[in-house]
Design a protein around this ligand. Structure first.
Ligand code: TUI
Length: 314
């Protein structure tokens, strides 16, 4: 059964589930599978060269008739070119992350592209709403990759109180009980990244999927506080070296050591010297299955959780 919220109406999807736009991870195959399963697939542009992103967008268009999005990562130096490309290709929607997308809002809105901004704070959410964001995605620090300071549990209800546009909860969500919890907090959708790393259609190296499947509750760590861009990863040889540089307060060396390591992990499968970006909920991911099944299972679990709640409280 489809579940309708303002988010599903805005994006034209069946289920209020957005797939996180993970760089080097969320490629056309995964994005199309999520779309065909009734969710919102999002290509992770990250630092992708413009030509490659164009190919990914065209491939996604060839694999699905459903709407899909592109995540624009504000820290990339050629962000102007990537933003122009999504305008030229008339991508249905964009998610933005790792910075303030204000500069691109007028052109995106003018082109009729929906914009959903990832925000780590109430202040940024209000600002994004004031410049025309269609929804905000509040991402808690349980998430993988670049993170803010607040947890999903604390950020979500504050966003719901602060803005009129729909709030999507993100960070640490991998199953239907958590989706139900997000809805209880007032969210109208969720974004899941780590869970979709173990979708059958996700093209990352099998070594990474194995690492995620093996992860336990305390297996992630946040490195890079000294650079101002903290990043959550699964612990490995690289994270221990980055931790040392953080402790020694050597942000330049840390940046240098971290460069190129996400691709090394996701594409080449080096899970010791690569950056295994994943959220705390990696511990909850227990199988590899098609994206459509992940979506169906999570939605069924969420509905069961709602039904059960009545019986557990009196
Ligand atoms: O963007 C993400 N997660 C990412 S991006 C990424 S690539 C990268 N690699 C190394 C260092 C930095 C990035 C890997 N993972 N999530 C969305 C997100 N956005 N989380 C937090 C934010 C955020 C932070 C600050 C959004 C806006 C913001 O605004 C600050 C400002 O400029 O006002």
């Amino acid at each position: 059964m489809a579940l309708r919220t303002r988010l599903t109406d805005i994006l034209g999807i069946d289920y209020p589930i957005i797939q996180g736009g993970m760089a080097w991870t969320a490629t056309a195959e995964l994005v199309a599978a999520v779309g065909n399963g009734g969710g919102a697939g999002v290509i992770g542009a990250g630092h992708m060269p413009t030509d490659i992103l164009r190919e990914e967008i065209r491939k996604a268009k060839s694999l699905t008739e459903k709407p899909f999005g592109v995540n624009l990562m504000m820290l990339t130096p050629h962000i102007d070119d990537l933003a122009q490309l999504v305008l030229d290709e008339r991508v249905p929607f964009v998610t933005t992350g790792a910075g303030n997308p204000a500069k691109y809002m007028p052109a995106l809105r003018e082109a009729g592209i929906k914009v959903l901004c990832v925000v780590p704070s109430v202040a940024l959410a209000k600002r994004m709403e004031s410049i025309g964001a269609d929804a905000v995605i509040g991402e808690g620090m349980e998430a993988g990759g670049h993170i803010g300071e607040l947890t999903t549990m604390v950020l979500t209800p504050q966003l719901v109180d602060a803005v009129e546009v729909p709030v999507v909860a993100a960070g640490g969500i991998a199953d239907g009980r958590q989706v139900a919890a997000a809805f209880a907090l007032g969210a109208e959708g969720v974004q899941m990244g780590t869970r979709f790393m173990c979708a059958a259609e996700c093209t990352i190296h099998d070594n990474v999927k194995e690492r995620v499947l093996k992860a336990k509750d305390r297996d992630t760590i946040v490195t890079g506080y000294s650079t101002g861009h903290p990043v959550r990863v699964l612990k490995n040889k690289l994270s221990r070296q980055l931790e040392e540089l953080d402790r020694a307060n050597k942000p330049e060396e840390l940046e240098k050591l971290g460069t190129g390591k996400l691709a090394l992990c996701m594409r080449q499968g080096d899970v010791e010297m690569g950056s295994v970006m994943a959220g705390q909920c990696a511990a909850m991911v227990e199988d590899i299955r098609p994206a459509a099944e992940i979506i169906a299972q999570v939605m069924t679990e969420a509905e069961e959780t709602f039904a059960e709640l009545g019986g557990r409280v009196s």
